[in-house]
Design a protein around this ligand. Structure first.
Ligand SMILES: [Zn+2]
Length: 666
């Protein structure tokens, strides 16, 4: 994801703004002295103001401004909404604003969760790491009436020699003298600002060549205990960069740095990514989060987000990094599983939680991630399927060339896709981006006759412009028809078939649609989150029954209704707990599929023939179940999980079975 901050700041302040004329990119010269052990930073800024320009500067009200002068004369600030604001009217000649201030900050909280890092913008300064997000207004941020202004800067950081510093921009020098280090970053393009990071890092470097022939420097800045991971990350960064350049064009900066954070952050800024130490230790991160953050150098930190109208960069980055890599590494089966995961999450959202892409600002909770990342990725997938790969890629290359280092929004993307494809995509964008919710196409009927098979598709309002993949299976052979469904209903005629034809609507989950009940294979949380859940603890094992009560008290939000073991599973959700022999016997008695996994504890979801979702928990004994009590509730998104010693040993989802509709010639 992108660095947090200024967007929230812009929203909080937009009501209080007085209009100012548009400004050329301001130029800031920032010089800071960082003292990590003391939790302090002192700073000096020179801001050049061109003639005839007014400016509104804002800095966090917690920072102590010690001097402030305009061309040597005194100046005043007002405090509003947690910010000190300095308003300077336009004048006929160029002016220079000079500011000194001091920041005191707490050390980063080692106990912070990833969720905390999504919403906290307060500066952190400490020996283990320092992080000052531009969006937290640690330096005077320039604004106009529309919001934060893009700006250029030069940032010189003076800090103890044992620490290193990082900020977006070209690193001009990094020198050590008399126990202090001085580093300079120049941001010569219009940018969203100077995020400043520092830490007791070990640096490793590698030079690679960009697609346009420039030398690019790849750097890792890692805490000593993960410094041995540098080579692996540099290898991965080099290969991801080369792959993205092939599709989109040259990387826009001269250096790409991967820095470690003591808190579990996952941020991408221009030319760098800032990831938690514990995150970086995970072996899959170099193939998941890393390529995602690298791609943000094009989407979000290369083309910046328009101030209003929604954050398109997370969906495009998810589609072109996370999804594309899943497809490349795990093939269509892995890609299909990812699409199903997205649709499952989206289908579970209540109508009230279905926000539009145009109102998605950034990830703050799970529902916003489902929409801003997953629904948006599906919208790009549908465009890709409709326009074809070559028009799709051409549109994105053009969009990149036209908007790099500027702000752009969904309407600019629409224009690029329309230009590349020659198609009017007005309805596509109006419904998918400005509207909320999901499509819900169905097969309304199929009539077989001697002349062929006539299939009717329909969808409720609003009528999304869909191209529905209709799978037709005749005598074991599957053919895919793409059926245009632009309105409420569409008919398609298929050639005659002897015997029976079977139909399935979008069984590979390529449309952003609401899943039909029972369409997705069951997961444990379908039962555990159900208000009407019943509970059966199989009788006969008293110690296990006690352990089961502790487990359900932890796992379930409410007290379930107790259901007798003899009662057959019906349409309601039900959790059944027992030892292996008792569970196996219960499954056989109710003619349900037998348990096919082993472990100390096995939990799995099963759809009963009548439609209810069963969450089955089978344990070797009461001890094993007690050990699993803390772990099991974390695996609600799984179809099955096996545990050993209280830890998950294996887990997974059941494959989705295609629902076929059968039509036969009479
Ligand atoms: Zn992202």
């Amino acid at each position: 994801m992108l660095t947090p901050g200024w967007r929230a700041l812009a929203v909080a302040l937009s009501a209080a703004l007085s209009p100012l004329p548009a400004l050329a990119a301001p130029q800031l010269d920032l010089v800071v002295r960082l003292e990590p052990t003391q939790g302090s930073l002192s700073a000096h800024a020179l801001i050049a103001l061109p003639a005839h320009e007014a400016i509104d500067l804002r800095i966090d009200a917690r920072h102590r401004v010690t001097s402030m002068q305009l061309d040597g004369g005194a100046l005043r600030a007002s405090t509003e909404g947690g910010l000190q604001r300095i308003r300077i009217a336009a004048a006929k000649r160029p002016r220079q604003l000079e500011l000194r201030w001091a920041i005191r900050a707490d050390a980063p909280d080692a106990g912070a969760t990833h969720r905390d890092t999504l919403t906290a913008f307060a500066p952190q300064i400490g020996e283990a790491g320092s992080f000052l997000a531009a969006g937290g207004a640690w330096y005077p941020l320039p604004f106009d009436s529309a919001g934060p202004l893009l700006h250029r800067y030069r940032l010189t950081v003076d800090l103890p020699a044992a620490q290193r510093a990082l900020a977006p921009g070209d690193r001009q020098f990094d020198t050590v003298r008399d126990g202090r280090r001085t580093v300079r970053f120049d941001m010569a393009q219009d940018s969203e600002g100077a995020d400043l990071m520092a830490g007791p890092w070990v640096e490793a470097e590698r030079s690679v060549r960009s697609i346009d022939g420039r030398t690019l420097t790849l750097t890792t800045l890692f805490h000593p205990d993960i410094a041995d991971q540098a080579e692996g990350y540099l290898d991965a960064a080099a290969s991801h960069l080369a792959r993205i350049e092939q599709t989109l064009g040259a990387y826009p900066y001269s250096r790409f740095s991967i820095a470690s954070s003591p808190t579990p952050t996952g941020f991408g800024m221009a030319g760098l990514t800032y990831l938690g130490i514990e995150v970086l230790r995970l072996p899959f991160i170099r193939h998941t989060s890393l390529p995602h953050e690298i791609l943000h150098n094009w989407w979000g930190n290369g083309v910046y987000l328009a101030l209003a109208g929604g954050n398109w960069s997370e969906g495009l980055t998810t589609f072109m990094a996370d999804y594309a890599l899943r497809e490349a590494n795990q093939g269509e089966e892995g890609a299909r599983a990812m699409r199903l995961d997205w649709l499952r999450g989206l289908s579970a959202l209540s109508p009230a939680a279905q926000g539009s892409l145009a109102s998605f600002g950034g990830r703050t909770h799970d529902a916003s991630q489902s929409i801003g990342y997953h629904k948006a990725a599906l919208v790009f997938l549908m465009l890709h399927d409709t326009l074809g790969a070559s028009a799709f890629d051409r549109a994105l290359r053009d969009f990149w060339q036209a908007h790099r280092h500027r702000r752009a929004g969904w309407p600019d993307l629409r224009a690029a896709f329309e230009h590349a494809s020659g198609r009017d995509l007005g309805r596509h964008f109006a419904l998918w981006v400005d509207g909320s919710g999901l499509a819900a196409p169905t097969i309304a009927g199929a009539v077989a006759g001697p002349d062929g098979l006539t299939v009717t598709l329909q969808q409720p309002a609003p009528h999304y412009p869909l191209e529905v993949p209709l799978h037709v299976r005749i005598a074991g052979q599957v053919r895919i028809e793409r059926v245009a469904l632009p309105g409420a209903q569409a008919r398609v005629s298929l050639p005659p078939a002897a015997g029976c034809a079977e139909l399935a609507l979008d069984p590979d989950f390529r449309l952003a649609r609401r899943l039909a009940p029972g369409e997705a294979p069951p997961v444990l949380r379908e039962a555990t989150l159900d208000d009407t859940l019943g509970l059966t603890v199989l009788p006969g094992d008293e110690r296990l029954a006690t352990a089961a009560r502790t487990l359900t008290a932890q796992w379930l939000d409410r007290t379930p209704t107790i259901v007798d073991a003899a009662e057959a599973p019906g349409r309601a959700s039900r959790m059944v707990i027992g030892n292996f022999a008792d569970i196996d016997g219960w499954l056989a008695r109710h003619r349900l599929p037998a348990r096919d996994r082993d472990g100390e504890v096995v939990a799995w979801a099963l759809r009963a023939p009548a439609g209810g979702t069963l969450a089955l928990v089978a344990a070797r004994d009461a001890n094993a179940l007690t050990k699993a009590t803390r772990t099991l509730p974390h695996y609600g998104q799984q179809g099955w999980v096996t545990l050993a010693g209280g830890r998950a040993a294996t887990r997974g989802q059941w494959p989705a079975a295609t629902v076929w509709t059968k039509t036969c010639v009479r």
